[in-house]
Design a protein around this ligand. Structure first.
Ligand code: NAP
Length: 483
C-alpha cells in the first residue's frame, strides 16, 4: 500500500513533491498550506520589481518546460503563474489544504501525528511520511532598532508589501540593500518625493543581462526540438563553471570582482559615492546582487544613500549620527529568519526529542534532507542546500528524487531513518568542503548563525549534490529498531 504523505508548504518544493507523487500514481498525500494560495516565497514577495535573478528557463522544473516566459528574468507574477500552471496541469491543487497551518508533528509508533490549525480549530491526523517544504526564507526578520514602535508613519517589511499604501510623493526610508531592496528601490525611486537608502554594508553587484522574448523567440522555444533544454543547459553550465569556482575561491574570483567593479564604475560616475558602495570583503561572502538598475537609482537626485549607522527610529523618521532623516514611510528590507529552520513548528522525534533541541548548535541534516532520530521525515531546501550561484529548483528536484527513492523502502519494513554514523560522516565532509568556501570569514550574512556556522549553503558543485542524492538510500538509512 502506498504510504500516506503530509507535505508542508505549497511553494516550489512542496508542489514538486506533490507532482512527483502524482506522476507515479501515489495519491495518498495532502499538502498543508498556511496561506490562502500557493507559491511560497513567490506569493509572499510581491514588492515592486520582485523577480528572480536566475533565468527562468533554469529557475523552473526540468520536467515542465514552459515556452511562455516573456523575458530572460521574469518577474514575480509570471513565476507565480508558472507555479499555478504546474499545480493545475499535474492536478495537485485539489490536494492542497489552504489556510491550514501545521503546528506540530510528533513521531510515535510507526508514523507521524500531524497537528494543524485552521480557522481557529486544531486537528490531529496520522501520516506515514512528513515532507517539509517550508523553505529557508519564509519568515521576515524585522531589525531590533530602538523606537521602531513609536514611528508615526507607515512601516512594513519588503516581504509583506503594503500595496494599499501609495508611495507617490512620499518621503521614504528603505533599511537594507540586499537583493530584495535592489529590486524595488529603482521602481519606487521613480514614484517617491525622496528616498533615503540606509546601507549598513555594501554588496557586490553584477549586471543582470535581461532581454525580452518576442513572438519569434517564443515560437522557437515552443517548436524547435531541444532548444529549451539546450538553453537551460547553457545557463546551468555557465553558473556552475564560472560562478561556483569564485565562491570556492578558485580561478574566477578576480573575474567576478572585476566584473562587479566595472559595473560600479560604469553606472556610478561620482567617485565618493562609488567608494561608499565598494565592499571590503571578498565577493560572494554575502549573496551577490545581480541587478542593472540598482546603481542608477542611487544616482538620482531624489535618492540619498545613508551610510552612517542607525541610532534609533523616532516618531518622525530614522536618526543616524548625522541627524534625523524625516520620512513618512519605512520599508524594512532586512531579510529573513533564515537559520531557524522549520520554526515555529514543533517537531518531536523518536525519543521525544525536538528538532529545536537537536539543532541547538545550528541546523544540520544528512544531504540537507534527513535527521537521525526523525524517521520518515524529509526536508526540501533544508540545511546546507542553499546556493549562491545557481538555481535552487535544481536542488529541490534532487531532494525530491532522493525522497522518492526512499519510499519503496518503507513498504512492509517500517519507518526508516538516517544512521547517526552517516550523519557524522556527512558533517565531516561538509566541514571539509566548507573550509574552502568564501562564506566563512570576512562578512556577516544570512547564510550563517550568529556564531558563524554556515548552516544554509551547499559548499560543493551542484553536479556533486545530484550524484550524492541519486545514490540508493541504503546503507545510509536503516529501518527503525534494526542495527
Ligand atoms: P538580505 O540579503 O538578508 O538583506 C538584508 C539587508 O538588511 C542587508 O542589507 C542588511 O545589512 C540589512 N539589515 C538587516 N538588519 C539591519 C539593521 N538592524 N540595520 C541596518 N540594516 C540592516 O535580505 P533580502 O534582500 O530580502 O534577500 C534575502 C535573500 O533572498 C537573498 O540573498 C536571495 O538569496 C533571496 N532573494 C533572491 C532574489 C532573486 O532575484 N533570486 C531576490 C530577492 C531575494 P547587512 O548586509 O549589513 O547585514
Amino acid at each position: 500500500m502506498a504510504p500516506s504523505v503530509a507535505i508542508i508548504g505549497a511553494g516550489f518544493g512542496g508542489l514538486c513533491m506533490a507532482i512527483q507523487l502524482e506522476r507515479v500514481g501515489i495519491r495518498s498525500y495532502t499538502v498543508f498550506e498556511k496561506a490562502g494560495d500557493l507559491g511560497g516565497t513567490w506569493r509572499d514577495n510581491s514588492y515592486p520589481g520582485a523577480g528572480c535573478d536566475i533565468p527562468s528557463h533554469l529557475y523552473s522544473y526540468s520536467f515542465e518546460k514552459y515556452a511562455s516566459w516573456t523575458r530572460r528574468y521574469p518577474e514575480q507574477p509570471e513565476i507565480l503563474g508558472y507555479l499555478a500552471h504546474c499545480a493545475d496541469k499535474y492536478d495537485v491543487r485539489g490536494k492542497i489544504r489552504f489556510g491550514t497551518e501545521v503546528r506540530r508533528a510528533v513521531f510515535g509508533g510507526s508514523g507521524w501525528q500531524v497537528t494543524t490549525s485552521a480557522g481557529g480549530e486544531e486537528r490531529t491526523e496520522a501520516f506515514d511520511v512528513v515532507v517539509m517544504g517550508v523553505g529557508q526564507l519564509n519568515r521576515p526578520q524585522l531589525p531590533d532598532i530602538s523606537g521602531m514602535e513609536e514611528f508615526e508613519g507607515v512601516s512594513f517589511h519588503s516581504a509583506r508589501w503594503n500595496h494599499d499604501h501609495d508611495l507617490t510623493g512620499r518621503r521614504v526610508a528603505v533599511i537594507g540593500n540586499g537583493s530584495s531592496a535592489a529590486q524595488f528601490i529603482p521602481r519606487i525611486a521613480e514614484q517617491v518625493e525622496h528616498l533615503h537608502v540606509f546601507q549598513r554594508t555594501p554588496n557586490w553587484v553584477i549586471p543582470k543581462p535581461d532581454a525580452t522574448f518576442g513572438p519569434l523567440a517564443k515560437l522557437a522555444f515552443h517548436f524547435v526540438p531541444g532548444l529549451q533544454r539546450a538553453y537551460r543547459e547553457w545557463i546551468y553550465r555557465y553558473a556552475e563553471g564560472t560562478l561556483y569556482p569564485a565562491l570556492a575561491q578558485g580561478w574566477s574570483v578576480n573575474l567576478l570582482k572585476q566584473r562587479a567593479l566595472r559595473h560600479l564604475e560604469a553606472q556610478v560616475p561620482d567617485p565618493a559615492l562609488r567608494a561608499r558602495l565598494t565592499p571590503d570583503y571578498p565577493p560572494g561572502c554575502k549573496r551577490v546582487v545581480i541587478d542593472s538598475t540598482f546603481y542608477p537609482a542611487l544616482t538620482r537626485p531624489n535618492v540619498s544613500l545613508v551610510t552612517d549607522g542607525i541610532v534609533r527610529i523616532t516618531p518622525k523618521g530614522v536618526e543616524t549620527a548625522d541627524g534625523l532623516h524625516e520620512v513618512d514611510t519605512i520599508v524594512y528590507a532586512t531579510g529573513f529568519k533564515s537559520t531557524e529552520f522549520l520554526a515555529p513548528m514543533e517537531v518531536v522525534g523518536r525519543e521525544g526529542r525536538t528538532l529545536e533541541e537537536r539543532w541547538e548548535g545550528g541546523a544540520e541534516a544528512y544531504l540537507g534532507i534527513s535527521v537521525p532520530g526523525f524517521p520518515n521525515l524529509f526536508m526540501l531546501y533544508g540545511p546546507n542546500t542553499n546556493l549562491g550561484h545557481n538555481s535552487i529548483i535544481f536542488m529541490i528536484e534532487c531532494q525530491v528524487n532522493h525522497i522518492m527513492s526512499c519510499l519503496p523502502h518503507l513498504a512492509g519494513s517500517g519507518p526508516i531513518e538516517v544512521r547517526p554514523a552517516a550523519m557524522a560522516a556527512w558533517r565531516r565532509q561538509l566541514d571539509a568542503a566548507m573550509a574552502r568556501m568564501v562564506w566563512g570569514g570576512g562578512c556577516q550574512s544570512w547564510y550563517k548563525t550568529a556564531d558563524g556556522r554556515v548552516t544554509n549553503n551547499w559548499p560543493g558543485p551542484t553536479t556533486l549534490y545530484r550524484r550524492l542524492t541519486a545514490r540508493p538510500p541504503r546503507p545510509a538509512y536503516r529501518v527503525v529498531g534494526s542495527g
